[in-house]
Design a protein around this ligand. Structure first.
Ligand code: IPM
Ligand code: MN
Length: 353
């Protein structure tokens, strides 16, 4: 019987719907070629809907989305909506409610892509960041006292439970094993200052590694040093595991080393539930409707989605086709500088399958 997957598509704001459309195009072509079916259903969550209705996300949104096999997201962020409302109300809320406790972010330099690092090429930049995606400073714990007065205080707390840390580490070790490249997992922390939270991470990391993954080499780097080595010796890395806040920051740095926001993709993964895939870049409102934005990041997010759904062959084919486009077709990853339109790049990748 033909395998069939139900995919919820949230195009979102700005150029989100345009890049998601190209992703859907490529995914559809891959499904035809590799003999499975994808049923897409659109959801109008985003800034426009919020400005019209005053509602960020319907009460039952995650309940609805839980019925799907995966969620495919364009971008969230609207220039007429105050920062934080949509990000917290849609993106973070879905990550938390669907318990997508892993944020998987590959840092891979594709052939033909200009790298800002001197003397580094695709053979040097190919690793994956496993960012914990539910805890840390993102937990929302904190508050103000005497807000608006000269004696105001603000506090925001980084929190981790052993359970959160262990399940993330488990995923990271398993991922490193399955990836089967350098068999090296690096913990990125700050044990010299954050002597509670990263002490917990450090102990849990070595306990699990020693007991269950003796064949995987364990490295440790402080977060500041991680940033340094990501620039100086990115070839050292295979898989990096880290908390939510450091993961947010180092993956933007990583994205720049792989050619920027036009190519960087990520997956918000619940290994036991519904996962959500997105290009890391924002909604780039100034390019909306111009057909100039680069859809490759969204296409790569689609590729990660197929990989997670178990359609590994189709995922590999999409990656190969994207690599062919970066190596032989487009001139530059930047919006308006590709030498092709958004829809043409989608066509090139789909045809290249
Ligand atoms: C990301 C983004 C989000 C985050 C924002 C938009 C809430 O920066 O996906 O990395 O901080 O996680
Ligand atoms: Mn970020």
């Amino acid at each position: 019987m033909t395998k069939s997957y139900n995919i919820a598509v949230i195009g979102g704001d700005g150029t989100g719907p345009e890049v998601a459309r190209e992703g859907v195009k490529v995914l559809g072509a891959a499904a035809d070629k590799f003999g499975f079916k994808l049923n897409f259903e659109d959801f109008d969550y985003g800034g426009e809907r919020y400005l019209k209705t005053g509602e960020v996300l319907p009460e039952n949104a995650s309940e609805e989305l839980r019925k799907f096999d995966a969620i495919y997201l364009g971008a969230i962020g609207h220039p007429d909506v105050k920062p934080g409302i949509l990000e917290k109300g849609i993106l973070l809320r879905l990550r938390f409610e669907l318990d997508q406790y892993i944020n998987l972010r590959p840092v891979k330099l594709f052939p033909g892509v200009a790298c800002p690092l001197k003397d580094k090429g695709p053979e040097h930049i190919d690793y994956v960041v496993v960012r914990e995606n539910t805890g840390d400073l993102y937990s929302g714990a904190g508050g103000f006292t005497l807000k608006g007065t000269p004696n105001e205080t603000a506090i925001q707390t980084s929190m981790y439970t052993r359970f959160q840390v262990d399940r993330c580490l488990k995923y990271a070790f398993e991922y490193t094993k399955k990836r089967n490249k350098k068999k090296t997992l690096a913990l990125c922390g700050k044990t010299n200052v954050l002597t509670f939270v990263y002490d917990l991470w450090d102990r849990a990391f070595h306990e699990m590694g020693e007991k269950e993954y003796s064949d995987i080499r364990r490295d440790y780097y402080h977060v500041d040093a991680t940033c340094m080595w990501m620039i100086k010796n990115p070839e050292w890395f295979d898989v990096i595991v880290t908390g939510n806040m450091f993961g947010d920051i180092i993956t933007d740095l990583g994205a720049m080393t792989q050619g920027g926001m036009g190519i960087a993709a990520g997956g918000n993964i619940n290994p036991e539930g519904v996962s959500m895939f997105e290009p890391i870049g924002g909604s780039a409102p100034k390019y909306t409707g111009k057909n100039v934005i680069n859809p490759l990041a969204a296409i790569c997010a689609g590729q990660m989605m197929l990989d997670t759904l178990g359609e590994e062959k189709a995922a590999k084919a999409i990656e190969a086709s994207v690599m062919n486009v970066t190596a032989n077709k487009i001139k530059d990853l930047g919006a308006g500088r590709m030498g092709y339109s958004t829809t043409e790049v989608g066509d090139l990748v789909a045809e290249g399958l």
